[in-house]
Design a protein around this ligand. Structure first.
Ligand SMILES: NC(=O)c1ccc[n+]([C@@H]2O[C@H](COP(=O)([O-])OP(=O)(O)OC[C@H]3O[C@@H](n4cnc5c(N)ncnc54)[C@H](O)[C@@H]3O)[C@@H](O)[C@H]2O)c1
Length: 339
């Protein structure tokens, strides 16, 4: 079976994707520098699939190390590139760190892929490229809006770099996957999200509050023009998201792509408000959550959810798991890691 490089493969979405790739028989090599993950994730993956993926601790900012990696593994057929820094707030304070880690590493990888006879490349992009879209649900044709943060900008620039490269490198095929809001954990309870420090995202903040690690959840604003006044997002189960990567990769490996560079939204198509997520948590866990409504947070958009038609029709992929499934799995995971 083809050998696939997964960068950032010990991270949240990467680890779940490695499991799905191994389940489909691919030989997986992980590169991760452990800057936002733990080596124990490798054991979690191995416990689920029964097969330890190859792992190389490499910082992709080290160009020479990336070159040497591809000299050792010149039979790589595809790359799924998750490795990046992802904290929006931190990116505002440390823009150069974000441009170096998210753009520099991408360029080094593409330079190596250019040398291969053929290469398939999947890029982790984000719905942040749409900003507050003018129309909902958001299709792939919605205009890319001025980025709100250096992090968001790295995803926009990253997409442009890949598109421009695909135009002139015929042996390179690429797909940018624009994720909506990934949540949840593997049903086995062996891998999940491991936020370092205070979580930036709603679901880990909820589960950490429920387990007693945080005092209360702040709900930022209840005066938005939405049915209950809180912001709306499209929460997608990380296992559904991981499976979409395998489908997208196969599309490229089997030459089923229509263009050398394509983009797809990955979401459920359903928006849920912050209060609906809190309610879902209380329902599946049977626990009351301590939360309070506070003022709006700067930079938050009102509402974003995906039009999933292109991914459904062209990739033949659909989400199967519900918000309740995701929240229950995240809650089990939280109890396991703090237990
Ligand atoms: N989680 C989300 O909400 C979300 C939403 C949209 C897009 N994304 C994108 O998806 C990708 C994966 O996100 P995630 O939530 O799994 O993040 P994560 O932080 O859990 O995983 C990223 C992994 O990359 C590794 N890494 C970072 N810089 C590296 C470097 N220079 N060299 C080698 N390894 C490096 C980290 O150690 C980590 O294990 C990122 O590109 C992120 O921007 C995430």
């Amino acid at each position: 079976m083809d050998k696939i490089l997964v960068t950032g493969g010990l991270g949240f979405i990467g680890s779940h994707t490695v499991v799905e790739l191994q389940n489909e028989g691919y030989e997986v090599v992980i590169i991760d520098d452990l800057s936002n993950s733990s080596i124990t994730v490798l054991d979690g993956i191995t416990a689920i699939t029964g097969k330890k993926p190859l792992f190389e601790k490499i910082d992709l900012k080290e160009k020479v190390d990336v070159e040497h990696f591809f000299q050792r593994h010149n039979d790589i057929k595809g790359v799924i590139h998750f490795a990046a820094s992802k904290a929006v707030g931190e990116s505002v304070v440390k823009p150069l760190l974000y441009y170096e880690n998210n753009i520099g590493t991408l360029v080094y990888l593409l330079k190596e892929l250019k040398k291969l006879p053929t290469a398939s490349f999947i890029f982790s992009s984000s719905c942040t490229v749409y900003g507050q879209a003018d129309e909902l649900p958001i299709t792939e044709n919605a205009p890319v809006k001025q980025a709100e943060s250096p992090y968001g900008n790295t995803k926009q620039i990253g997409e442009e770099i890949i598109r421009d490269t695909c135009k002139v490198v015929p042996n390179l095929k690429a797909i940018a996957l624009r994720y909506f809001n990934p949540v949840g954990a593997h049903a086995s309870g062996k891998i999940g999200e491991l936020p370092i420090g205070v979580p930036q995202n709603l679901v880990p903040f909820i589960t950490q509050t429920a387990i007693g690690l945080r005092e209360e959840l702040s709900v930022f604003g209840d005066d938005y023009p939405t049915p209950d006044g809180t912001c709306i997002r499209d929460y997608i189960h990380v296992v559904d998201l991981a499976k979409a990567h395998v489908v997208a990769l196969k599309r490229l490996l089997n030459n089923k792509n229509k263009e050398n560079y394509e983009t797809f939204n990955l979401g459920t198509g359903k928006g849920s408000s912050v209060l609906e997520v809190v309610e879902a948590f209380e329902r599946v866990s049977g626990k009351k959550l301590n939360y309070k409504i506070v003022g709006r947070r700067e930079g938050d958009i009102i509402s974003a959810y995906a039009d999933t038609k292109k991914a459904n029709d062209e990739l033949g992929w659909k989400t199967k798991l519900t918000l309740d499934d995701a929240i229950l799995s995240a809650w089990k995971w939280e109890q396991k890691i703090r237990g």
